[in-house]
Design a protein. Structure first.
Lengths: 324, 537
């Protein structure tokens, strides 16, 4: 059997001087973080109704919709400032016209709670039906401000808690420098992801929180693989200077890093292009996360061990057990 | 690492078979599925965002339940004072506390004992000694009555349980709809109805309390001055209440009544006798209330009584004779449709508290179908892309091993989702597709390690053996951390996000199993059969 393992193209012992690039990387990362924080504090995020509360409906008018007319009707009904957005019909749905997504802008009712929101929705739907004819509501979401506040709190709690638990696990499995290094790298990833969402103003909703947590998982996956190899090489090459050990470990795992990133990106690209509008934000965040996560494992998490002054040969206990 | 004992092989194959059998029903058309044993009828449960349906979160207004408990206590306290023939200077409730003052200090000694006797065990069925109220003497003439914490909790629990019961009867009178009604947090109810089409009708039924009661109309209703006071200032004589009428106007009625919605045995819509288009709601009282109503009507011939629904008088007919049969009808401005709706609500009983829809997500089945279609296409393409990539990277031999592990992984995920009855949501589909990409990671790690070990000069079997052994720790570490993130997401997240966490977690566990155990078994079998001299990677 003649084989075409393309993996053989990847050099067996790559010697990319990653650690030497740590200053450039640090500058790059710090700048990116500053930019992200700046964007977040000036432009903010385009929060979806999960986090702001509000009313969104997606309607199918049965023919090409007249956006201007819809806007006029809504304004006349007292919903000035509502967002009206045409969306391409999903592939294979048999719909040949655009659908309309309406984010209802309440005026004075907005402070009166969920009941008022429901009444406003009924008024808007009835009013629209009277003016533009009957339509089908494909999706209807009404989130009260109490609920959205809770979702926001819970989302932040989820990310924070996940970071803490992960810190605890790595601390338990490795030394504290590893735990801290990994968590700083994760903060880096999370901040940069929020920065990108602020820059692109892609809707930030509950599924993005899920994506961020998955990025945390993915990036960590990557970091742990490199760390594990660092730990192994620290035992193996007791005399080698720490920067060299770090560089060797990153290079040892490089082919795996490349292959796994590529397969994950392949799957995510399929999701982004073919998965429908509902998952686009999520898959965008994840694709970004794969890049950032891979970058941070190599250029943030590993050099941090140098900065954190990792001690040699004190306690690398688990590696020993494995070798036995 | 490469030796598998017989029982281990049996166990692994057994696990795969179980996964396969539970996954299989998903691939079968539903007609074939019906003939299978019940155990294999289970398929992946689609979330509301995929099959369409309504999701609502209802906030229970517990303050009204608390308020009516306070009213009851005030009534009991008044009864005690009446029995003891002691007068109060004032008795009022504010901020959930009833406070009162007796005229003379020596009355306090006489009244405090009977007042304290009002405290009942919160839940007679439970063993706890918690009492309903706490009576405190504040000064020689002042006292306070407070609802205890335990009682508050009990009222909360009861109110929510009763609300759920009533909602179930209202929304699904026949008991045929598959729906979820469950307490969520402290003060909320989660309602999920798959495939619901009549969302507006359901909302109507949630919004109506359907509190029905019959009150005698007081003579003050004919007194112009009293009516003006009631209208403009809302002040009514003691023991009376003012309710607006449906057709405008209003009446002053007796506040207390024993004829309430609880009295109704049955109600139905109908047409008023001797007319052909006046819609009415027929009702039958239970035996106790039939007697009460008989007594009430025979004592008050010529008077009027008001039928009050949710603080609105529907009708206030004059009593022409004693009504002893225990049945009657309500005539209001009904259409046949609204009469039927009211009868349904009355049969289901009144909600013990107002409900507010604080979150609603309704998805049309057509949108769900579109999402499923897109998800299927994306996962097929993703799967094919990753499979092809693995073949190209690792060649036929190891590529096939990785891809077999990947396919088994997908089957096991489907099997696990069916077996656990967990719900597949739109983000859940994303989780599966993501798993497809990440699942090969463990295999990549192993293969890269094998390549490395072979490069160091180890012979094939030794290289494979060492490769598997040395990659185990990083694989476990890496996946456990992701698993931690997934579990956190499950416990803190809600709704669709939870669905994502479940698929992600299952995907992680299954990918480790298939890569570390199943793929190793396949590799070991191949090694034993072929005894290769060199490695094809």
């Amino acid at each position: 059997m003649k084989d075409i393992s393309l993996v053989k193209i990847l050099p067996m012992e790559p010697k990319v001087p990653f650690i030497n690039m740590r200053v450039i990387a640090a500058v790059l990362s710090v700048m990116a973080i500053i930019a992200s924080i700046f964007l977040f504090s000036t432009k903010g995020l385009n929060y979806g109704i999960d986090f702001t509360g509000g009313t969104v409906i997606e309607i199918d008018t049965g023919a090409e919709p007249d956006d201007a007319k819809i806007r006029t009707v809504l304004t006349d009904l007292g919903f000035a400032g509502s967002t009206i957005q045409g969306i391409a019909p999903p592939e294979g749905s048999g719909i040949d016209h655009r659908l309309v997504r309406i984010g209802l802008q309440l005026q004075d009712e907005s402070n009166e709670g969920a009941q008022a929101q429901q009444q406003a929705l009924t008024r808007a739907v009835d009013g629209l039906k009277a003016e533009i004819g009957d339509f089908k509501i494909r999706n209807q979401e009404v989130v009260g401000s109490a609920v959205s506040g809770e979702l926001r709190r819970k989302g932040m709690l989820a990310v924070g808690l996940a970071l803490l638990m992960v810190l605890a696990y790595i601390w338990f499995r490795f030394e504290w420098q590893f735990g801290l290094g990994a968590v700083i790298a994760l903060f880096h990833d999370v901040i940069l992801t929020i920065g990108v969402f602020s820059l692109t103003q892609i809707e930030f909703n509950l599924s993005i929180i899920a994506a961020i947590l998955t990025i945390v998982g993915y990036s960590l996956n990557d970091t742990v693989i490199v760390y594990d190899r660092i730990r192994e090489n620290l035992r193996k090459y007791k005399k080698m200077p720490l920067p060299d050990v770090l560089n060797l470990s990153i290079n040892d795992t490089l082919s795996r890093t490349i292959l796994t990133s590529l397969t994950t990106l392949l799957a995510l690209l399929a999701l982004y292009i073919l998965g429908g509008a509902g998952l686009r934000g999520f898959s965008f965040a994840m694709i970004w996360g794969v890049f950032v996560g891979t970058y941070s494992s190599i250029f943030v998490a590993s050099p941090l061990l140098l900065a954190l002054k990792l001690k040699r040969g004190v306690n690398t206990g688990n590696a020993e057990a494995r070798e036995a | 690492m490469l030796f598998f004992s017989k029982w281990k092989i049996t166990l692994i194959l057994g696990a795969l078979m179980v996964g396969f059998f539970f996954a299989l029903p998903n691939a079968l058309p539903s007609e074939t599925r019906k003939d299978l044993p019940a155990m294999f009828q289970r398929t992946i449960n689609l979330g509301l965002d995929l099959q369409g349906g309504a999701h609502m979160l209802l906030e229970v207004d517990l303050s009204s339940a608390l308020d009516s408990e306070l009213d009851n206590q005030v009534d009991s306290i008044k009864d005690v004072f009446r029995e003891q023939r002691i007068r109060t200077e004032f008795l009022r409730k504010e901020n959930g506390i009833i406070s009162g003052r007796v005229r003379k200090a020596e009355d306090m000694a006489k009244i405090i004992g009977p007042l304290q006797a009002l405290a009942q065990p919160v839940d007679p069925r439970s063993l706890s000694q918690d009492k309903t109220i706490a009576v405190k003497q504040i000064s020689d003439r002042n006292f306070q009555v407070e609802i205890t914490e335990a009682n508050l909790e009990f009222i909360q629990q009861q109110t929510i349980d009763k609300s759920i019961e009533v909602l179930r009867r209202r929304i699904d009178p026949q008991g045929t709809t598959e729906m979820t009604l469950a307490r969520e947090g402290k003060t909320r109810i989660l309602l999920q109805i798959p495939g619901a089409q009549n969302v507006d009708e359901i909302k109507e039924r949630i919004n109506k309390t359907a509190n029905l009661s019959f009150h005698m109309v007081r003579a003050e209703s004919n007194n112009e001055a009293a009516m003006r006071l009631a209208f403009e200032k809302g002040t009514v004589p003691p023991g009376a209440a003012f309710f607006p009428e449906e057709q405008g106007g209003g009446l002053i009625v007796e506040r207390r009544t024993k004829i309430t919605g609880e009295c109704l045995k049955n109600s139905s819509e109908g047409i008023k006798p001797e007319t052909n288009n006046v819609a009415i709601v027929n009702f039958t009282f239970n035996v106790r209330c039939a007697r009460l109503f008989g007594e009430l009507t025979s004592k008050n011939i010529g008077q009027r009584f008001a039928v009050v629904l949710d603080e609105l008088i529907i009708t206030a007919p004059r009593i022409n004779g004693a009504i002893t049969g225990g049945s009657g009808y309500i005539e209001g401005s009904f259409t046949l449709e609204s009469a039927r709706e009211l009868a349904l609500l009355l049969n289901a009983g009144a909600l013990p508290a107002k409900l507010e829809i604080v979150e609603e997500r309704t998805v049309d089945p057509s949108l769900g179908a579109d999402s499923i279609r897109a998800g299927k296409v994306a996962s097929m393409i993703g799967l094919m892309g990753v499979g092809l990539f693995m073949w190209l990277s690792y060649g036929l031999r190891f590529g096939t091993i990785a891809n077999m592990a990947l396919s088994l992984n997908i089957i096991l995920i489907a099997g696990a989702l069916s077996l656990l009855g967990s719900t597949l949501t739109l983000p859940g589909i994303a989780g599966i597709i993501l798993t497809i990409g990440m699942a090969v990671d463990a295999n990549v790690l192993i293969f890269e390690r094998i390549r490395e070990e072979a490069h160091l000069g180890r012979p094939p079997v030794n290289a494979i053996e060492t490769g598997y052994r040395r990659s185990l720790a990083p694989i476990l570490d890496a996946n456990i951390t992701t698993l931690i993130a997934a579990i956190t997401l499950y416990f803190v997240g809600s709704g669709p996000v939870r669905g994502f966490a479940v698929t992600l977690a299952i995907g992680i566990v299954m990918s480790v199993f298939t890569a570390v155990v199943v793929a190793r078994l396949i590799t070991a079998t191949w090694l034993r059969r072929k005894r290769p001299k060199s490695l094809p990677i």
